[in-house]
Design a protein. Sequence first.
Lengths: 308, 479
Amino acid sequence: MMNNKKVRSQSKAAKTSLTITYVLLIVLGIIWLVPLVWIILSAFRCEYRPDGTFVGTVVSNYFPKAYGLKNFTDLFTARYYGVDNAFPKWMLNTLIIAIIDCIISTFLVLSVAYCISKLRFRMRKPFMNMAMIIGLFPSFMSMIAIYFLLKSIGLTGNPNHPEYSVIGLILAYSAGAGLGFQVAKGFFDVIPNALVESAKLDGCTNFKIFRKVILPLAKPIIIYQALMSFTGPWMDFIFAKVIIGADNAAHWTVSVGLYSLLFGTHPDTNLFTQFAAGCVIVAIPIVTLFMFLQKYYVEGVTAGAVKG
Amino acid sequence: MKANTKNKKDLFGPIKKWFTKLGRRFVDGSIGTKLSHFIFGAGNFYHKQFIKGALFLILQILIILFMVLCPSINGTPYGWKALANLPLNKVVEGGTFDPLTGEFSHGSDCKLIILFGFVTIAVIVIYFILWDRNVESSYKADMDEKIGKTPTSFVEDIKELFDSKFHITMLTPTLIAALVFTVLPTVFMIALAFTTYNAYDMNEIGTNLFHWNGFGNFAAVFTGEGSLGVEIKNRFFPVLGWTFIWAIFATLTCYFGGIVLALLINKKGLKGKKIFRTVFIMTIAVPQFISLLAVRNILGEYGPINALLMNLNLISEPIGFLGLQSGDSEVLAKVMVIVINMWVGIPYTMLMTSGILMNIPADLYEAAKVDGASTFKMFAKITLPYVIFITTPYLISSFVGNISAFNSIFLLTGGGPTYVGYQAGGTDLLVTWLYKVTIDQGMYNTGAVIGIFTFIITASITLITYRRSKAYNEEDTFQ
């Protein structure tokens, strides 16, 4: 009897604590979603002032009074900073940069991580230390130096070939990628050395081991690295802005372009609703990618956290 | 102490060994090896390794041509002239006098002088590495012949690059790319910290060239006599202090908030775990320049939050939450960036700790329950110690990351509220200040000084904590 009562009160307590958890999570969820939902709503906002002009700035009502696609059509057709169809150009530009960066970076990271994890050679520890020390310098410090360097070889700020800036930016993004091998190394460390040893006994060269033994097992980390380096150019805007240059609007990446819609020198600045429309277009593919590849992302993040 | 004395012994051992090796190579080597000390690839030709020898020889000729002919870009030379330019404080070659305007232009760009100087030094280092490799390869062929083997052919050498020397093949692309685009720019900026170089004094036309300034720019933190004037003296320590406060709060709030959120979501019996997780992961997936700018605008002067508060008659005029105007409260802006950063950072820790929480052995909790421990006690005595133990490396790296957390500050407050006459505002971190000083102001030397101070902070924290950890010292023992 006593026992029964105790169990019942326990289950009651569990029920209340579960209810509290639900309430807490829902409140937190709402807090987390408010700004993001607001951006989506703003993108579809289609309000006019009494005098017939369009309201493109930030307004105080959270929910729009009228909805429409005007922001999207404007965004795709408008001329920004003297560039026709600027937004589609920025999108295409970013896509090209992201794809090439993704290929180069993933290749570099995998090759370095494999060497550091599975091969033993004289320069191994010095190389790891160098990568760590260099990584501790704030990247914004050397950013301007990279700009000078690229400029001196004509890969940015080139008056005859402004499009070369794109190559410069790809180099700036992917060249240092190999030094960020730590997460992938942590992953390779877990692959048993016995596999490598037995392949060696079978007469495999190190190259063959990498290709036939390691790479097939490395799918999760390949996807993680590819995801990281592909989304990087969509998210970064400081490097892109400095390397490509403020006056080279035709070759900006999409983040630089969208940022400039808010804070730029455009005749009608603070094009907030168009900015929001652009954000929605950029965010949809990236969020979808993340959601699909969530498993690999979590795996990479957790591995990185535990290994440091 | 023990480690120290061991290091000292080790330090001279390899050097001594290396020099004896050098001597032996010259004395014991064949004529080819002796010759290859002066002409690259001579030893390889001697051993009939023609392709390898030719490669060495071509590289030697190219480097010597580079050093002697001094190719130049924008009037700034490479080669020996670049080395000659480095220590000088006077007008360098390439200058022209324009009789019409009476102006003298030195024609060379200060930053290129320094940059090319370092490139040339790097080329010289490469020359000596090649020299060593070329003598070594010839000496190895000597040794092979001595024991009756034929020296390796070119095809065999290539094959080796895919087996026992595979690491060379794999690391070379990264090494070259990292040297050019990461190491060289970093070394260049460190060098700038010791010069008078900034965009204003060193304009392209004029007779003013950079000169070396020793530790003057570092001393400016106390004296205020640098290119940034009194700002560096008056604002350095406030910014430094805030950087630390920010890093501590940003790290701890996100860390513990993330653990609590993970516990909530992973609670037994909770339905819709996946939906909740997805909601929070959204903020990770959405690019920060979108999510942070959204928050900035929603909290803005005319934004919905201020309007809501005014409609509720809680305030009579808009609050400057983020210190975007110079009169706004600095304390409020600081609190707001930390709070908003929780919004960004908590889902990340949640994601990371979720997996770790699942791995806590369930019998630990069972045992605690039998002993009558409360939920909170179990959290404090079991969950927290376990999670902290596993994620200490993450805690350190996230602290270091927060010291240079650029986006959170730059996109939210832009460093504001600003103070008249100063670049560094109330919420500026060392890195955002560094950005303003170098990119907006062109005060490269002072920017480099701020960058070096940031490095010193992050490096000392990392070295003290991380290098002592098992993860580093025993990283290759557990496999």
